[in-house]
Ligand binder design. Structure first.
Ligand code: GDP
Length: 304
């Protein structure tokens, strides 16, 4: 069965690995967020696409949750010593990938094609597609002002509370080649346990992707990124409390109104009743086996 996963780069990437461990080779297409992308020190960085690539290829630093295992930081330290930006952490191994991507983008190779070539180099059988090849950037409106996503998330350590999120460029963004066809061909569409505002929101802000989900034939199942009403990592619980009024499963399903048929939630979050089908299981992916079990359970729910 062909499966499409909409995903960010943290919880999303670990869930993607669980799916890849479960599904037959070639059945998984991942549509990744590009709202976090940035240009810094002359290179184009796609943090979520890279986390997906590194995680699936076994190159990720599992403990840190981003970047490459065995990383060193000499180039960044040198850049900093010459007065360059060093607040966005780029390791030496990581920079090698960014150099290759940036060179190809400058030669007008689209991001989807660049990503396909990188995936091919790893020998992976899953496809990773950027949601769009067009420029789409997440901005946050906070109590301290409006910031481009990484300025707030990394440079300001996401300390300011968020009132609103804006996806610059979304109105003109077209789905990357292959995205719409994958959604039409899918036997199941899944939404990863990723941040609905920061990771899935930018993907759904591409209107043709949202419309494809609204008119889906396959079932669409999301996995909640909350465990016991708390984010496993990152600012989601604070964001949901402030922007949606709470951190229950209903507050998560409200982010995906009309787009999902079921939500997989953790045992710690099970409510008495709900408007939508809730499937209860253990959702904490503390190791690769736990991610595979969560993927299997989610696929069962997607198959009805
Ligand atoms: P980002 O691109 O790095 O921000 O990563 P994602 O948006 O893909 O993932 C961040 C979200 O994943 C956070 O809201 C976490 O609560 C959630 N998350 C991380 N690990 C787990 C896990 O093991 N289980 C569940 N259910 N959610 C998780």
């Amino acid at each position: 069965m062909k499966v499409v996963l909409l995903s960010g780069g943290g919880g999303g990437a670990r869930f993607a690995r669980g799916l890849a461990d479960t599904l037959p080779a070639g059945d998984l297409t991942i549509v990744g967020n590009v709202g976090d992308d940035l240009e810094i020190l002359g290179v184009h960085v796609s943090p979520d696409l890279d986390s997906l690539l590194y995680t699936l290829a076994g190159l990720i630093d599992d403990e840190r949750g981003w970047g490459r295992a065995g990383e060193t930081w000499n180039a960044l330290a040198s850049a900093g010593s010459w007065g360059g930006d060093d607040w966005f952490r780029l390791g030496d191994l990581d920079i090698g990938l960014h150099l290759v991507r940036t060179e190809l983008l400058r030669a007008d190779v689209p991001l989807s094609e660049v990503t396909a070539r990188l995936v091919e180099k790893t020998g992976l059988s899953s496809r990773i597609l950027p949601a769009t090849n067009d420029r789409l950037r997440t901005h946050v409106h906070t109590t301290a002002g409006e910031f481009p996503f990484q300025e707030w998330f990394v440079r300001r350590a996401h300390e300011d509370d968020v009132d609103d999120v804006r996806y610059e460029g979304a109105d003109d963004a077209r789905p990357a080649p292959g995205v719409l066809q994958a959604l039409v061909d899918a036997g199941a569409i899944l939404i990863a346990p990723s941040n609905p505002y920061l990771s899935i929101g930018p993907i759904l802000a591409v209107s043709e992707i949202r419309r494809a989900l609204e008119s889906r034939r396959a079932r669409c199942v999301a996995v909640s990124p909350l465990v016991g009403g708390k984010a496993v990592s990152g600012p989601l619980d604070r964001m949901l409390s402030r922007m949606a009024g709470g951190t229950s499963p209903a507050h998560v399903t409200d982010c995906y109104l009309g787009l999902i048929d079921a939500l997989v939630i953790d045992e710690a979050d099970a409510p008495a009743e709900a408007d939508i089908q809730l499937a209860v299981t253990r959702t904490l992916m503390d190791d690769r086996d736990a991610a595979r079990r969560l993927a299997e359970r989610t696929l069962e729910v997607a198959c009805g």
